[in-house]
Design a protein around this ligand. Sequence first.
Ligand SMILES: [Cu+2]
Length: 186
Amino acid sequence: MQWEVTAEGGRSAFDEGHTHMRKKMLLAVTTATFAAAGLAVTAGVATAGHSNIVLEADLNGRSEVANGVTNNRNVGDPNGRGEAYVFGIDGDATTLCYVLTVDKIEPATAAHIHEGARGENGPVVASLAAPADGNAADCLTEGEAGKFPTNEKVADILADPSNYYVNVHNAEYPGGAIRGQLSPQG
Ligand SMILES: [Cu+2]
């Protein structure tokens, strides 16, 4: 897959940037569709010549952490699973994009990136779209209302992924049905 959008003559840098973003969004959605079909989604995310960081997370119910409880059994959905790709955009340090797919959980009602190490719960730092039908994909830019409730910097998430996790909530598991710690792709 090709990520670069070729600049067209006569376009302003502003238009070009937005075209670039739309292409990325389109690809993100396409990638999510492939993932839903059970195909590998890793190809094409990190293309040669690009410097954008790509993070991934494998989500499952066992990774959920109970608050104040030492026995973590039955905290998350036992057979729920999913995967997330979180990535930056070349030349735009304030935008974070993601593709999120989930399976074998009741309809998702919310999805977030939380700050917190493996085994710990922490605050919501990025508000993602709930993958109610199994898939969600979008790009969030710092300053967008409600997207980064603690004013977390995109650069901080990309630089220190192991301190952040993706968490998907639903009515059955309001504290989180499936969770996955972020890590550099590879
Ligand atoms: Cu959450």
